[in-house]
Ligand binder design. Structure first.
Ligand SMILES: CC(=O)SCCNC(=O)CCNC(=O)[C@H](O)C(C)(C)COP(=O)(O)OP(=O)(O)OC[C@H]1O[C@@H](n2cnc3c(N)ncnc32)[C@H](O)[C@@H]1OP(=O)(O)O
Ligand SMILES: CC(C)C(=O)C(=O)O
Ligand SMILES: [Mg+2]
Length: 636
């Protein structure tokens, strides 16, 4: 170790002794409700606040006032950093599959491996070069430590490539200088400049290759930014990039150890102090140790970074490299072209999971199974209303719905834009409300239930959800709905003259006293009243026990509904219609209609308010069936 500082552990111990360095005893107590929180047994005194390890402030920062305006240059490091983090590193078949995916998505810079580290990496890169699998507009990047034999091997591997970036790195952090390299600042800087000098010397062996360089002050986040500038500028001085032939200075958050605002300050400081800045592509290589990789990257882009390295769906060392899919789609949702084609996220996910032999989480942004699914009632209600309002607004504007502006509560992106569907947007469980069930009935069964009917049927669904304690699938909702509202057909038979639209489902118990078999409607003699004749099966109140009887009844009224209610008085049933809604369910000659009636049934002093539903090819018949449905339900 050099003489320019005492041990990092001594400094840390001093800071830790003062409560990690940042606990402020003078802060007023936090406001709270109820009992105060108790001190935990967590060993916080072991840890040292970031700015006590590497003091840094940058009041000149300008990034907080900036906004994202264009996509950075993207570089995938899946085949190198992602690969080195896998339980089973990719074989050449998997690497090639990943490579093909990256090329097809539009990546123009791809780090293809660490050729001096393994034969697999070396051979894979040779295969790409020799089989001419690298499109002219794609640049490969190869990584090497700043060590002579590894650099030499790297150049050997590149022979025959058209264009390549040699990426060399060495750690420069306070901790690694002391514990890994056991060198002082000057010694670490020399490691970097020696590597740069060797690279320049080896250029003779890289004849015919359009060669570029990338240097990473590894563990940048644990490094004094002033020192990182000193090392990077020394490397730049050796490489001598120009604006026409720039080099990449890549700032790795090898370990994420600060809040994103501090990282952005560090990056802006670097951006302002690298010389000559216009010959440098300033790059980020964020990891996600504290779960803020995406946030840190976005702020650091505001702070001046030109380029971002990461992995698809966030694979990578420990908690991963920053997720390029999330980043790209975050740009998209800000109205900025990500310049990478993420229009088929399920396909990307399939390939990434296959190649990495690792599964992503159900909640993974944009790609997880549940990210377009709402279980909770108020979310479902808002999504349903939002989708409907958007449709209305697009129709009003005469615009194509697929390209119409996307504003839907709880859905930051149109699932269709990334190859996902609406199918699973709304799923129902005990946390759901009427909106979810209504959405599924509308989307999957063309039934647009009136609001009060939704409220009524929701109680049935809710009771089922509470009883089963499971998700209520669309097929469950449909069975519950049929069982509740639609008269059940006798198993295996269709009664003579039966009207269509009855539910046939052998698994449902048959119930319901009345069944409409046939109906005819005509005008009365003076043309003012409607005369209705109906054949009705009366199975008795105790269905399956009482003997069924078929009865012909007739009635008159100022319309089919009134005439039918009048006819039903023959069964001693008193009913009146309070609300009536109908709609067609499909178009064409065999179009079906759905009717919903809210009926008051029974004595005036003790009436029951129930909804009934009818489905038929004839609107009139569907409305009569809806009345039968309501009456049957009132007696159930
Ligand atoms: C943050 C990152 O992701 S960096 C990339 C890390 N990726 C990988 O390591 C994957 C591939 N690496 C490997 O397979 C191996 O490390 C190899 C083949 C490259 C090198 O293997 P080895 O030489 O056997 O060993 P190892 O990696 O342990 O080397 C450690 C030595 O290199 C030095 N070293 C480590 N990194 C660097 C570097 N970037 N530049 C210069 N020296 C370095 C260490 O200080 C240590 O030196 P010492 O032996 O004098 O103590
Ligand atoms: C080699 C460097 C760029 C790296 O992967 C890291 O620091 O995380
Ligand atoms: Mg890394």
């Amino acid at each position: 170790m050099g003489q320019d500082q005492s041990s990092v552990f001594d400094l840390a111990a001093v800071a830790a002794a003062s409560n990690g360095g940042n606990n402020d005893p003078l802060l007023p107590p936090a406001r709270y409700i109820g009992a105060p929180q108790k001190p935990s047994k967590m060993p916080y005194n072991k840890y040292v606040a970031y700015d006590k390890q590497v003091p840094f402030d940058y009041p000149e920062r300008t990034w907080p006032g900036k906004r994202l305006q264009r996509a950075p240059r993207w570089c995938s490091v899946d085949l190198r950093d992602g690969n080195q983090a896998l339980v089973n590193p990719m074989d050449s078949e998997r690497k090639l599959r990943f490579w093909n995916l990256l090329v097809s998505l539009g990546f123009k810079e791809i780090e293809v491996g660490f050729p001096s580290a393994s034969e697999t990496d070396y051979d894979f890169i040779r295969m790409l070069i020799e089989r001419e699998l690298i499109p002219d507009d794609v640049t490969i990047v190869v990584l090497t430590q700043a060590r002579e034999h590894l650099i030499r091997k790297t150049y050997e591997c590149l022979k025959g490539a058209k264009r390549a970036v040699v990426h060399f790195y060495n750690s420069v952090s306070v901790l690694q200088r002391e514990v890994v390299f056991r060198k002082d600042k000057a010694g670490i800087k020399k490691l970097a400049t020696d590597a740069a000098t060797l690279c320049k010397e080896l250029e003779g062996e890289a004849e015919g290759i359009d060669l570029y360089y990338e240097y990473s002050p590894e563990s940048f986040t644990g490094t004094e930014p002033e020192y990182a500038v000193e090392v990077c500028n020394a490397v730049i001085d050796v490489i001598k990039p120009t604006p026409e032939h720039p080099m990449i200075i890549n700032l790795p958050a090898t370990v994420e150890m600060t809040t994103p605002n501090v990282f952005a300050d560090q990056v802006e400081y670097m951006s302002n102090n690298l010389v000559p800045r216009d010959a440098v592509v300033l790059s980020l290589h964020p990891h996600n140790d504290e779960g803020m990789g995406v946030a840190a990257t976005e702020l650091a882009v505001l702070a001046g970074a030109d380029r971002v390295e990461g992995c698809l769906l966030g694979n990578g060392e420990r908690t991963g490299n920053v997720d390029l899919v999330t980043l790209g789609l975050n740009f998209l949702t800000q109205g900025i072209d990500p310049q990478i084609d993420y229009s088929n996220v399920p396909e990307i996910r399939k390939t990434v999971e296959y190649c990495n032999q690792l599964k992503i989480s159900e909640r993974h942004p944009y790609a997880g199974n549940f990210v377009f699914t709402a279980f909770s009632g108020s979310h479902q209600d808002a999504i349903k209303k939002g989708l409907e309002a958007r449709q209305v607004a697009a129709d009003r504007a005469g615009a194509d719905l697929d390209s119409f502006v996307w504003l839907v509560p709880y859905l930051p992106i149109d699932p269709k834009d990334i190859g996902r569907t609406y199918e699973a947007i709304i799923r129902v469980n005990s946390q759901s409300g009427k909106g979810g069930m209504a959405y599924l009935l509308k989307t999957n069964h063309n039934l647009d239930l009136p609001k009060r009917l939704q409220v009524e049927f929701d109680k049935v669904v809710q009771a089922y959800a509470d009883e089963t304690k499971k998700e209520v699938k669309d097929e469950d909702i449909w069975r519950l709905f049929k069982d509740e509202y639609l008269p059940v057909e006798e198993s295996g038979a269709t009664a003579a003259g039966a009207v269509v639209g009855d539910s046939k489902d052998d698994s449902l118990e048959q119930w319901g006293r009345l069944k409409l078999l046939k109906v005819s409607v005509s005008s009365g003699e003076d043309g003012s009243d409607t005369v209705l004749k109906a054949r009705i099966l009366d199975r008795g109140v105790n269905v399956g026990v009482d003997e069924p009887v078929e009865r012909e009844v007739s009635g008159m009224g100022n319309g089919p509904l009134a005439a039918f209610l009048n006819a039903l008085s023959n069964f001693g049933i008193e009913a009146s219609v309070m609300d009536y809604v109908e709609h067609t369910m499909s178009v064409g000659t065999d179009a079906m209609a759905a009717s919903y009636v809210e009926c008051q049934i029974g004595e005036e002093e003790d009436p029951r308010i129930v909804w009934g539903v009818g489905i038929d090819t004839s609107i009139v018949t569907s409305s009569l069936k809806a009345i039968i449905s309501a009456i049957n339900r009132s007696e159930r």
